[in-house]
Design a binder for this molecule. Sequence first.
Ligand SMILES: Nc1nc2c(c(=O)[nH]1)N[C@H]1C(S)=C(S)[C@@H](COP(=O)(O)OP(=O)(O)OC[C@H]3O[C@@H](n4cnc5c(=O)[nH]c(N)nc54)[C@H](O)[C@@H]3O)O[C@H]1N2
Ligand SMILES: Nc1nc2c(c(=O)[nH]1)N[C@H]1C(S)=C(S)[C@@H](COP(=O)(O)OP(=O)(O)OC[C@H]3O[C@@H](n4cnc5c(=O)[nH]c(N)nc54)[C@H](O)[C@@H]3O)O[C@H]1N2
Ligand SMILES: [Mo]
Length: 711
Amino acid sequence: MRFFFWYYRYIPLRIEFRMKTLVKGACPHDCPDTCAMQITVENDRVIKVNGAPDHEPTKGALCTKVAKYTERLYHAERVLHPLKRVGQKGEGKFEQISWGEALDTIAGKLTEIAKRSPESILPYNYAGTMGLVQADSMSARLFHRLGASLLGKTICASAGSTALKHTYGAGVGMQMQFFNESKLIVLWGTNSITSNLHLWSRIQDAKRLGAKVVAIDPYRSLTAEKCDAHIALLPGTDGAFALGVMNLLIQNNWLDHDYITQFSVGFDELKERAKRYSPEVVADICGIEAAELEWFAKLYGETAVIEKAPVAIRLNYGMQRSHGGGQAVRAVACLPTLVGAWRNRAGGLLLSSSGFFPVNMASLQRPDLLPDPAHPPRTINMSTIGDALCHLGDEAFGPKVEAVVVYNSNPVAVAPDSVKVAKGFAREDLFTVVLEHFLTDTCDYADIVLPATMQMEHLDIHKSYGHTWYVVNEKAVSAPGECLSNTEIFRQLAKKMGLADACFTEDDETLLAQAIDVDHPALLGISREQLRETGWFQLNLPDAPFAEGRFYTTDGKCHFYSVALEKEGLDPLPDFVAPIESKKSNPSLAEKYPLAMISPPARNFMNTTFANIQTLMPKPAVPTIEIHPDDAILRGIKDGQQVKALNDRGELLLTAIVTPKVRKGVVVIPSIWWKKKAPDGKNANELTSQALTDLGQAPTFYDCLVEVLPA
Ligand SMILES: Nc1nc2c(c(=O)[nH]1)N[C@H]1C(S)=C(S)[C@@H](COP(=O)(O)OP(=O)(O)OC[C@H]3O[C@@H](n4cnc5c(=O)[nH]c(N)nc54)[C@H](O)[C@@H]3O)O[C@H]1N2
Ligand SMILES: Nc1nc2c(c(=O)[nH]1)N[C@H]1C(S)=C(S)[C@@H](COP(=O)(O)OP(=O)(O)OC[C@H]3O[C@@H](n4cnc5c(=O)[nH]c(N)nc54)[C@H](O)[C@@H]3O)O[C@H]1N2
Ligand SMILES: [Mo]
């Protein structure tokens, strides 16, 4: 809905020329906050982007990146026309072509491959926009209809989401608006100020009301710095820490026996398992003092059980990017159940809220269009795209990939083991199409680049993984140049390919209506019209959804012991699963490459999005690596010096920042840079591996040993 007001309200004669419109938007980016935006439009141009003041999670504030959205929207380097490659793959040389030529070329190529070997076509997409309409609706229908390979969408959260599924039944937890009432908040593997700003403001409210805040993170992040305590364990050792806490909770009887008996499964088995993790064992694995663990367990246990005060854990994805990330999330997820923290709305754990949303994915994506839905095509894991594109095909793998269509993602920069990814995309016999806003590292390998609309130029609706409101995004302005929305591009492509199914003509309004199931109890009392009028809708949920069990598992209980995992031949109990690359688990590798590298988000980037906006560049605008003073001295590295980080997969140039903010033995590369913006055309993923996690087949970005040397 649009609201009109006068620019010069006392000069009504000029209203026709000076009318401003306020349009309701949703921030499209891959962030838990999913802000409601207020877009100010004048003469079909966005002149300002604000946070909606009356949307509870947003509270009128946006992060620095999105507050500057007009710089991204009206950027001089935006892709405005279809392009075809004229240089070598990777060179990034293009010339403008017409939509007709672009669609004819793509339709011809995909039709020919689909006839012969449909699984040789691969869509590659992620969360460049999280909108239910623009992310993967019309596109999924088209690829399903062709029988293309399916994509395993694992690159971000699947270790954690699989872990939660096997513990709580779904990606559900406590609600962000109650964190301000918590008395103890644990920020576990998350840098809230960077990646979850609107939760941070609640945490500050809680602090003012006397809450203690503890960070568990190998790095003294901006957030950790502002906490009351910081436990700097080694990367990938959280599972051991959580089991150590459990062991002490049990030994000291800091437990809510009633809650455990009524609402959990497998306490006795868990108790046995936890016994293996004495403070000494944990201290050794995590590289901390036993006293740190003892202090933390006492604080958590006593606050919850003796004081009966609400204790909250904000778990985020940092800790699940190591090989044992899945079981580590399971271990942490058991803690609030042991102390009965769920009884209070300000207690429990939040990793993701996305499981609360009743989204109608089947309507949007139409898997029934598959040639044989009972025998779906193979799934290619996006986290091992390097190996997949380099594979020439065999019995086990199936046919080699011959065409890849990329949208809402930048795999050449974000996928692990980048040398292989680039090598795969450089294959001369691979046909690559990229739908984009900018000429990213991935576009450089494309045969055809298609100009896509940005959020203010199309319609959408969003769920959130950090709060429980649907947020609608109305189209605010016309698209520039020849840009088309993702949905429109796939509609036109389907038409060119002669796909006659009626679903390929459905417009965005229809898709939006299909996305949400207004008859679901969580949406009780809302109509689609009202949703559009207000711009957002808070799901109907109890304040404390698990106060009396009612987890999303089949029996409504929290599964310490998971029969489902056991049936898959996996460990039914949470455990510490060591990193693949660490001093303890792989001493010979550590001899060559002794430093554990993590590459978490830089504050002003959103993955690689915004990493081409001049005013958001860090100062100095060069990729950096943070290293502990002791590790630096050992290597003769001085602050500000050029260094190279390397391992068997590759090497890259960085500027060293010598700082005690990283613990000894760890280095931090704030990410994710556009490779081509770096002096050597590389980023942190030159060093990361394609190894996967224990659960969920997710990448292990932070399970990566390197050496750092003066350049
Ligand atoms: N500004 C900004 N915001 C973002 C993003 C962005 O790129 N920029 N990315 C978005 C996306 S896609 C996601 S998935 C989320 C990610 O959200 P988070 O998972 O909260 O990511 P970070 O804020 O980097 O916090 C991760 C923290 O985990 C720490 N860490 C690394 N390894 C370990 C470990 O083994 N154990 C523990 N305990 N801590 C560890 C890192 O040092 C870092 O401080 O953020 C989203 N929000
Ligand atoms: N080393 C290292 N690597 C990482 C991570 C890390 O912490 N360290 N984090 C990982 C994580 S958590 C994630 S989620 C992934 C993220 O990886 P990606 O999902 O690839 O995220 P982005 O790099 O932001 O790329 C999204 C692209 O989509 C485009 N886009 C946005 N909206 C639209 C649209 O409406 N239409 C079209 N056609 N395009 C659009 C943007 O311009 C942008 O180029 O990266 C992973 N890679
Ligand atoms: Mo992510």
